[in-house]
Design a protein around this ligand. Structure first.
Ligand SMILES: *[C@@H]1O[C@H](CO)[C@@H](O)[C@H](O)[C@H]1NC(C)=O
Length: 317
C-alpha cells in the first residue's frame, strides 16, 4: 500500500488519500449510470437556471416568494455541483482516488449547502404561511430588508458549524481500509474508517442534524398545518382542491428530503448498511434538487406565463 505512511506512533497508519468506490460494485451499469446522472445533471442545471433567469427578469415576478425561489434555484445548482460532477468523473474515468483535503472540502460544501437548503425551505414555508394566514400584514412583515436577512441568514447559519464538524471528523486518524463505499464524502462512511470513533463524534452529528434538519422540518410542518387548516375553510370546492394539491406537492418534496436526511444521520452507526446509505443519499443530494423546480415553480401559473412570454418573445417583433 504505497499511499499509506507509517506515522511515528507506529501502529497507526496515516492515510493520505481515500478511494471513492462510487458505484464500482455495478461495473456492468457503469455507462448507463454515467448517462443517467449526466442527463439528471443537465436537467437540474437547465430547469433551475431557467427559473433563476425568469424570476430575475420578469417584472411580474418580483414578490418575496419569487425572490426566495430565485435564490433557492441558485442554491440547488450549487448543492448538486458539490457531488454530481465528481461522481460523473468517477464513473467516466474510473479515477477514484481523492485526497483527504479534497474529501474534507467536499463534505464541508455539501453540508453547508445542505443546511442552507433546509433553512431556505423553512423560510419559503414561513413566507407562504404569512401570505395565506396573515394577508393584511404580509407586505409589511415581508419587506425587502427582511427577505434579504432571511436569505442571508440561511446561507450563513451553517458555515461555522459545518467547518467545525468537518474539522472534528477529519481530526481523527484513519486506519485500516481507505475505501469509501459511497459516491461522495458523506459522514457515515467516513466515520466508519476513523480509528477514533467516540461518543463526542456521534453526539456532534446528532446535534447538527437536529439543529439543521429537525428544527427546520418542524417549522415547515407547523407552517403547512396552519395553511392546510385555512385551506379547509375555503368556501369553494375547486379552490380548496387546487390549494390543497399545491400544498401537498410541496409537502411531498419536503418529506422526501428531510425523511432521507433524518433516516440516514439519526440511525445509530452500527445499523448503517452501505447499500441503503448509497440509495438514501441519492434522495437528498440529487433527486430533491431535481424535483424542486418542477414542484415549486412549474406548477405555478405565473411562472408558466413568464416562461411563455420569454419563449414567445422572438415571435412578437
Ligand atoms: C442568494 O442569497 C445569498 C445571501 O444573501 C447571496 O449571497 C447570493 O448571492 C444570492 N444568490 C443569488 C443568485 O441571488
Amino acid at each position: 500500500m504505497n499511499h499509506q505512511e507509517k506515522s511515528q506512533e507506529g501502529n497507526i497508519t496515516e492515510l493520505m488519500e481515500f478511494v471513492l468506490l462510487g458505484y464500482g460494485d455495478l461495473p456492468n451499469f457503469r455507462w448507463f449510470l454515467f448517462g443517467l446522472f449526466l442527463i439528471i445533471y443537465i436537467i437540474i442545471l437547465m430547469s433551475n437556471g431557467t427559473i433563476f433567469l425568469i424570476t430575475k427578469m420578469d417584472p411580474a415576478l418580483q414578490s418575496p416568494m419569487y425572490f426566495f425561489l430565485s435564490n433557492f434555484s441558485f442554491l440547488d445548482i450549487c448543492y448538486v455541483s458539490a457531488t454530481l460532477p465528481r461522481m460523473l468523473l468517477n464513473l467516466g474515468t474510473q479515477r477514484r482516488r481523492i485526497s483527504l483535503v479534497a474529501c474534507a472540502t467536499q463534505m464541508c460544501f455539501v453540508f453547508t449547502f445542505g443546511a442552507t437548503e433546509c433553512y431556505l425551505l423553512a423560510v419559503m414555508a414561513y413566507d407562504r404561511y404569512m401570505a395565506i394566514c396573515n394577508p393584511l400584514q404580509y407586505p409589511l412583515i415581508m419587506n425587502h430588508r427582511v427577505c434579504i436577512r432571511l436569505v442571508t441568514g440561511s446561507w450563513t447559519i451553517g458555515i461555522p458549524v459545518q467547518i467545525g464538524q468537518t474539522y472534528q471528523i477529519f481530526s481523527s486518524p484513519f486506519c485500516g481500509s481507505n475505501q469509501i463505499n459511497h459516491f461522495f464524502c458523506d459522514i457515515p462512511p467516513i466515520l466508519k474508517l476513523a480509528c477514533r470513533y467516540t461518543f463526542v463524534d456521534e453526539m456532534l452529528v446528532y446535534i447538527v442534524v437536529v439543529l439543521f434538519g429537525m428544527v427546520p422540518f418542524l417549522l415547515i410542518l407547523g407552517s403547512y398545518s396552519k395553511i392546510i387548516s385555512i385551506i379547509l375553510k375555503l368556501p369553494s370546492a375547486t379552490s380548496r382542491a387546487k390549494a390543497f394539491s399545491t400544498c401537498s406537492s410541496h409537502l411531498m418534496v419536503v418529506v422526501l428530503f428531510f425523511g432521507s436526511v433524518i433516516i440516514t444521520y439519526l440511525r445509530p452507526n452500527t445499523r448503517h448498511s452501505e447499500g441503503t446509505d448509497k440509495v438514501l443519499s441519492l434522495f437528498y443530494t440529487i433527486l430533491t434538487p431535481m424535483f424542486n423546480p418542477m414542484i415549486y415553480s412549474l406548477r405555478n401559473k405565473d411562472i408558466i406565463m413568464a416562461l411563455r412570454k420569454l419563449l414567445c418573445k422572438p415571435l412578437t417583433f
